[in-house]
Design a protein around this ligand. Structure first.
Ligand code: KG4
Ligand code: ZN
Length: 336
C-alpha cells in the first residue's frame, strides 16, 4: 500500500507551524515557532504583529518540517492548511503559502478546520481511537462539547455563551499579575494554593445543559480582587489561582460527564490548549474511570496549536475526497 504523506501548515493565531504526517497518524516532523515571548510584552496576542511574524517565519518552518521528516515537496501527496477559524491576517499567511506551493508543485490542497485539527490530535498517540466518541475542545478561543460521529462528521452539543475556558484563564492570570499566557502560569502557582480557599461560582445554563459560561466566574474573581484592594487585604495569589482553576475544571468535568451519561458514550477525549492542564486531565481521568469510560488526551505539545494535528485532519479529509481550489480563502469565523 502506498503511503500518503501530508505537509500541514498552521498559522491561525500566534504559532507558525508545519508538520509532515504519514497515513494520518504517523507524525514524521512537527515544527512550531512560537511568538509567545513577543506578545507577552503586550499582555496578549496583537493580530498585526502575529501576521508579520508568520510571514517572516513560514518558509523557514516549512523547510525545517520537510528536512526533519527527511523528505522534499516532490514526495508530498497533499498540503493541509488551517483556513479558519482564527485571526484573518494570520490565517491568510498560511493559506497563501499553501496555495502557492500547491500551484507551483501541482500538489492537491486540503483546507482544514482548526477545531477539527484539535480533535484529531487525539489520533496521533492513541492508535486505537476511532469515532464515535465525545470530545471536549477547550482552547483560548473555543469551548465546545462535540460528538464525533465519524471522521469529518461532528455534532456540537454545547459551547460557551461568552468567554472560552482558555480566555478565562488568560484574563484571570492578568488580573492577579501573572501575565500571558495565563493557563500554564495559573496551573503552576496553583500547586502551592488551596482550591477550596474561595468558593467561586459554577455557572449552570437553564436552556443549554451542555453550554458553558465563564464571564460570571471571571467577574467574581475580579470583584474579589477589588474587595481585597479596598479593604487593604493582600491576596494570596496561589489560593485565588487554585480556586479559580477548580471552578473552571468542575464545570468542564460536570458538563462532560452529563453528556457521557445522556448519550451513553463509552469513549471521551479532550483537546485544545487547556487540555494540557494537569488538574483538568486528572479530574477527567477519575470521573471517566468511575463510569468505565475510556479516557483519551493528547500530549501537551499536541494540545496547544501545532501543525501535526492539522496533518491528521487533512489526511482523513483527503482520503474522503476533499480537494480545495486556489480560491480557498481564510474564514475567520468558520463553523464546524
Ligand atoms: O489551543 P491553543 O494553543 O490556541 C487556541 O486555539 O486558542 O490554546 C491556547 C490557550 C490559552 O488560553 C492558554 O492560556 C491555554 O490554552 N492553556 C492552558 C494551559 N496551557 C495552555 N490553560 C490551562 N492550563 C494549561 N496548562
Ligand atoms: Zn487552537
Amino acid at each position: 500500500d502506498k503511503e500518503i504523506k501530508i505537509l500541514a501548515i498552521e498559522s491561525s493565531c500566534d504559532e507558525t507551524a508545519a508538520a509532515v504526517v504519514v497515513n494520518g497518524r504517523d507524525v514524521r516532523s512537527n515544527v512550531i515557532s512560537s511568538q509567545i515571548a513577543l506578545h507577552t510584552l503586550y499582555g496578549g496576542v496583537v493580530p498585526e504583529i502575529a501576521s508579520r511574524k508568520h510571514i517572516e517565519k513560514i518558509n523557514q518552518v516549512i523547510e525545517q518540517a520537510l528536512s526533519d521528516a527527511d523528505t522534499t515537496l516532490d514526495d508530498i501527496d497533499a498540503i493541509g492548511v488551517t483556513y479558519g477559524p482564527g485571526l484573518v491576517g494570520a490565517l491568510l499567511v498560511g493559506v497563501a503559502e499553501a496555495k502557492a506551493i500547491s500551484y507551483a508543485k501541482n500538489i492537491p490542497l486540503v483546507g482544514v478546520h482548526h477545531i477539527e485539527g484539535h480533535i484529531s490530535a487525539n489520533y496521533i498517540e492513541n492508535k486505537d481511537l476511532e469515532p464515535p466518541f465525545l470530545c471536549l475542545v477547550v482552547s483560548g478561543g473555543h469551548t465546545h462539547l462535540v460528538k464525533v460521529l465519524d471522521y469529518g462528521k461532528y455534532e456540537i452539543l454545547g459551547r460557551t455563551r461568552d468567554d472560552a475556558a482558555g480566555e478565562a484563564f488568560d484574563k484571570v492570570a492578568r488580573a492577579i499579575g501573572l501575565g500571558y499566557p495565563g493557563g500554564p502560569k495559573i496551573e503552576k502557582v496553583s500547586h502551592e494554593g488551596n482550591p477550596h480557599a474561595m468558593e467561586f461560582p459554577r455557572a449552570k445554563i437553564a436552556d443549554g445543559p451542555y453550554d458553558f459560561s465563564f464571564s460570571g466566574l471571571k467577574s467574581a474573581v475580579l470583584n474579589y480582587l477589588n474587595g481585597c484592594q479596598m479593604k487593604g487585604i493582600s491576596i494570596v495569589q496561589a489560593d485565588v489561582a487554585a480556586s479559580f482553576q477548580k471552578a473552571v475544571t468542575d464545570v468542564l468535568i460536570g458538563n462532560a460527564m452529563k453528556a457521557i451519561d445522556e448519550f451513553k458514550m463509552d469513549k471521551f477525549a479532550i483537546a485544545g490548549g487547556v487540555a494540557s492542564n494537569g488538574v483538568l486531565r486528572e479530574g477527567m481521568r477519575e470521573a471517566c474511570e468511575k463510569k468505565g469510560v475510556q479516557f483519551y488526551h493528547p500530549s501537551p505539545i499536541f494540545c496547544t496549536d501545532n501543525a501535526a494535528m492539522i496533518g491528521v485532519a487533512a489526511y482523513y479529509d483527503f482520503i474522503h475526497g476533499q480537494r480545495d481550489g486556489l480560491d480557498l480563502n481564510a474564514v475567520p469565523n468558520l463553523k464546524l
